[in-house]
Design a binder for this molecule. Sequence first.
Ligand SMILES: CC(C)[C@H](C(=O)O)[C@@H](O)C(=O)O
Ligand code: SF4
Length: 418
Amino acid sequence: MGKTFAEKALGKAAGYEVVANQVVTVEPDWCMSHDNGAPIARTFKKIGVKNVKYPERICFILDHAVPAPSSDHAVNHKEVREFVKEQGIPNFYDVKSEGGVCHQKMCEEGYALPGLVMVGSDSHTCTYGAYGAFSTGIGRSEMAAVWATGKLWFKVPESMKVVVTGKFKPGVSAKDFILKFIGDVRADGADYMSVEFHGDGIENMSIAERMTLCNMGIEFGAKNAVCKPDQKVLDAIKANAKSDKWEPLWADEDAVYAAEYHYDLGDIEPGVAKPHKVDNYAPIEEVKGTPIHEAFLGSCTNGRIEDLRLAAGILKGKKVAVRTVVIPASWIVYRQAMKEGLFDIFLDAGCIICNPGCGPCMGNHEGILAPGEAAISTANRNFKGRMGDKESFIYLASPMTVAASAIKGEISDPREAL
Ligand SMILES: CC(C)[C@H](C(=O)O)[C@@H](O)C(=O)O
Ligand code: SF4
């Protein structure tokens, strides 16, 4: 019987053959934390161990509220800095023009690598599956224990196979597909499963698009989400792989799956997730004309250079009708966007460009909504109150839909703006 990706990756880490539902203990290759490293450090101190087991495997990336918008946030940052120093942790991205959203940094700095086991104290750690890693979010106390012991147990997940063929039509992108998919399988569709994206539809996608898919794995319950580490990935990691333990792993043809789905990307149209759930999908036709008060282009889901280019293509020579916040996912993306002239397009259109970080994605700052207001956002969550006020509304959409909607001040079909 063939093996799934999860069975291979966790088997490799355990050092012996494993099958779905077996419990294994492994030593994760990387442990990522962000601003919440501060409460984790407090928990770590209660364990009674003086030093973390593998300082070189820990990464800290301050991003959730940078620069600190409140004293509480500043205290978190301060405690992270102190912990990094005290424990001799080499991989630290402070509030400087070298950071960005943690998941973007883990990918662009060469931590995300095929076949590695990666954990993060953030639910969207599943993003690194775009590079063929087995990556998953874990809780804070769990992370404190991993720092102390270097180990973590997993139940090897059962797997879901999503076979994706074809190409998107103009005006449609990976975000439209994943929103539609989540609408179909619902928020618990892949609970504790390893989700594998297969097919030429995925091969045709850029790594950025694959990151958008894997990033949203947790929004339908996945333990991890992953794409085959093909030549595109091998080329991308050549320059700066931060570990030599990687190995491209992929599922066998005859692996056994708990569920299987098939999609043709040519059938996908622009769509949104309506308030207040990510699986509340609607095709654009259904929501077209809904007034919005803010547009947000950014986050770990869609703040990459490829996303900014798509939005700029629509905003070029136009004016936005509502406040539009653009946040490149990292300073590398920021510089690139500046170099390509995208900032001129955004600024001429009336957009605000903020420093890389999570921004308003989870309501910390840089674009909080007032009661009764609605936003269209490229992020990944639209829960009640997510952008600051319980009486506000969030529609999730692709960068092109967000740009087209910003111009009209109402939810709009990007195909009409091309
Ligand atoms: C703050 C953090 C723990 C949280 C997460 O786990 O995902 C955040 O990044 C989010 O997107 O909701
Ligand atoms: S950008 Fe949003 S979803 Fe991504 S890590 Fe930050 S808060 Fe979470």
